[in-house]
Design a protein around this ligand. Structure first.
Ligand code: C2E
Ligand code: MG
Ligand code: MG
Length: 608
């Protein structure tokens, strides 16, 4: 007989005695009928109650008698604690599901409730599954028949495993990177600050390496995100293997990692640490079924030299990494304050340049190229000018490379193209005698997929053709050009456009490649022109370049001719065109107009 039935018998006997005491006239059999009705009602209610308890899949209910032996165990309790009802019946609460350290307190609490009425409050607990594992529950307790000699304690436990898991996952997601399981930026910064504090106490240093995978976007684009993710996971695995447990790591953004080496004491181990990180990338990565070599740029900062907070060290390693990126794949840079200041200056300059572009602060100057024989103006080169409202003018040699590091170069390039074309059309309409304006194109500009379409559209807008506008590209741009660029240039060449190799002799300087490129002219760099009169080597190179240029049917231009001596030498070498301060400095359009209109002439002392 269950504990509940025992309770009911007690209750029934007591009720019977109460009735007899109050109503001695009542006959036993009529009382029995009444009692029978009540008993039936009680049993029905009990069945409904049990059915209810059994139907709650997530609410585990257990009943215990005054000795804490199981008298009731529903299906959900079996699911939660692993014991079948038959297995659990009659066994002690503390032996079944109470973990050892809690046993004595539970026994005491139960006794205090039974004897002194001190309730056990509802609470979050970790109870024990049959397998020994702990189960998080919210446990509520009810005592029935509290003041009788058969008190029954019912425990109603709600399984909290799902909530706890969700909570743990949420906690993980806010502190760690879901792909590599490395600490995220916030977590890492906190860890790094602690490590810095340890280093301070122990009077040691710390090395922070910032790693940025080269051209990761291309890997993602070409092979898909899945392969990109695989690379990141594999890289993390390799970094773990290469570092010690006391070193720290984080993935800061898609392809950027930082690794901190605390307890660093001797400068001479620094190269070894950097080498260790570089080695991680040495072996090719298996992606999309083939082995691919991956490189990364590294930036390094040191505690205490380059900062004494996590933020500062990370920022400075990032600055160094950005500098390394400029040197190309696989480069390493160490942070120094001068570098930081320089980059800051450059950053501000690019901001100001963008504003100048928006507010009309830029202009084009034009410098004539004259015939080496006759001194007549043949063409003009368009040169960008930036005169800020305050301060000295800023040279394109300084700001063009900066603009090239951002998309600003494309806006700048479009502006130059549009302005030069408008000017050329204007001079045509004004009937000025001038052939071509040549425009400089930088490497990054050429890499834009629609550069040729834009160029041709711009010319078409102004009704111009190959006679009116030419192009200047440096050697390196041509050498690094992919098939798309070369194809586009070939097309322009075929249409009759003039294409010059600018600053010839300063790049790869391999004459043999000349025949592969669709070019029409060579512009010999002004350093050769400058040094040729005194340096036989420079003279020899110039002579060779002019000779080969002519043999290949190219026009040869000498840049930067500043004096008569240089001019004489160049004429001797049979150079075709001359550009330089000796004849004309670059000048604004209006001034150029007066020159072209014959109102002003170039160098007076020209000897034809
Ligand atoms: P570049 O294309 O080689 O232009 C010739 C540079 O030599 C110009 O410098 C010109 O002012 C300078 N120059 C001409 N004759 C002499 C001379 O006799 N002596 C000396 N010392 N210099 C002379 P600038 O204007 O400062 O331009 C520097 C570079 O900036 C240009 O070299 C070109 O690479 C770039 N650049 C200028 N404008 C543009 C542009 O619109 N677009 C692009 N992408 N680059 C440009
Ligand atoms: Mg040029
Ligand atoms: Mg040049």
């Amino acid at each position: 007989m269950s504990g509940r039935d025992t309770g009911f018998r007690h209750w029934l006997a007591r009720r019977w005695q109460e009735v007899r005491a109050r109503r001695p006239d009542v006959r036993d059999d009529s009382v029995r009928e009444d009692v029978e009705v009540v008993r039936r009602q009680y049993l029905e209610s009990e069945q409904r109650f049990r059915a209810l308890l059994e139907s709650l899949p997530k609410v585990a209910v257990q009943g215990y008698d005054r000795d804490r032996r199981v008298i009731y165990w529903n299906e959900a309790s079996t699911r939660l604690y692993g014991y079948a009802s038959e297995e659990a019946q009659g066994r002690l609460l503390e032996e079944l599901i109470i973990p050892a350290p809690m046993r004595e307190p539970v026994i005491q609490a139960h006794r205090a409730w039974v004897r002194e009425g001190v309730e056990i409050p509802a609470d979050e607990l970790e109870l024990q599954h049959k397998s020994g594992e702990l189960v998080p529950v919210f446990s509520h307790h009810v005592m029935l028949g509290e003041h009788t000699d058969a008190p029954l304690m019912f425990c109603i436990d709600v399984d909290l495993s799902d909530q706890k898991r969700a909570h743990r996952e949420l906690d993980f997601a806010t502190r760690f990177d879901s792909l590599t399981h490395l600490p995220n930026r916030q977590t890492f910064e906190a860890q790094l600050d602690e490590a810095i504090a340890d280093c301070r106490r122990q009077d040691t240093g710390l090395v922070l390496v910032y790693l940025d995978i080269d051209h990761f976007v291309e890997i993602n684009d070409a092979l898909g995100y899945e392969q990109g993710d695989r690379l990141l996971v594999e890289l993390t695995r390799r970094l773990h293997r290469a570092t010690r447990a006391s070193d720290m790591m984080s993935r800061l953004s898609s392809d950027e990692f930082v690794i901190a080496f605390p307890g660093f004491q001797r400068e001479d181990v620094l190269p070894q640490l950097v080498h260790k990180v570089q080695q991680v990338l040495r072996a090719p990565f298996l992606m999309d079924g083939s082995r691919r070599q991956v490189t990364a740029c590294l930036g390094v900062s040191l505690y205490p030299d380059n900062g004494d907070t996590a933020r500062e060290l990370i920022r400075n390693a990032d600055v160094a990494k950005n500098r390394a990126k400029l040197d190309g794949r696989g480069s390493v840079w160490f942070f120094d304050q001068q570098l930081h200041d320089e980059l800051l200056h450059q950053h501000r300059l690019v901001d100001r340049l963008e504003q100048a572009l928006d507010s009309g602060g830029l202009s084009l100057h034009y410098q004539p190229q004259v015939s080496a024989v006759s001194g007549c103006i043949e063409n003009l080169e368009a040169l960008l000018r930036w005169q800020p409202a305050e301060g000295p003018p800023i040279s394109p040699a300084e700001f063009i490379p900066l603009a090239e590091r951002s998309d600003l170069i494309h806006r700048l390039g479009d502006w130059v193209m549009e302005t030069a074309c408008r000017q050329r059309a204007h001079w045509r309409d004004a009937g000025l005698a001038i052939e071509r304006i040549d425009i400089n194109f930088s490497g990054r500009q050429m890499s834009r997929s629609d550069v040729f379409e834009r160029f041709e559209a711009c010319l078409a807008r102004h009704g111009l053709g190959p006679r009116h506008i030419g192009l200047e590209l440096t050697e390196n741009v041509l050498i690094e050009a992919d098939d798309r660029i070369l194809e586009g240039l070939r097309r322009l060449h075929h249409l009759g456009f003039r294409i010059a190799i600018d600053d010839f002799g300063t790049g790869y300087s391999s004459l043999s490649y000349l025949k592969h490129f669709p070019v029409t002219a060579l512009k010999i760099d002004r350093t050769f022109v400058r040094d040729a009169p005194d340096q036989p080597e420079d003279r020899a190179i110039m002579e060779a370049a002019i000779f080969i240029g002519h043999r290949l049917g190219l026009e040869v231009v000498a840049e930067g001719v500043e004096n008569r001596e240089q001019l004489m030498l160049i004429r001797e070498m049979r150079c075709d065109l001359v550009q330089g301060f000796y004849f004309f400095r670059p000048m604004p359009a209006l001034e150029m107009e007066r020159v072209l209109g014959g109102l002003v002439t170039g160098h007076q002392g020209f000897v034809g």
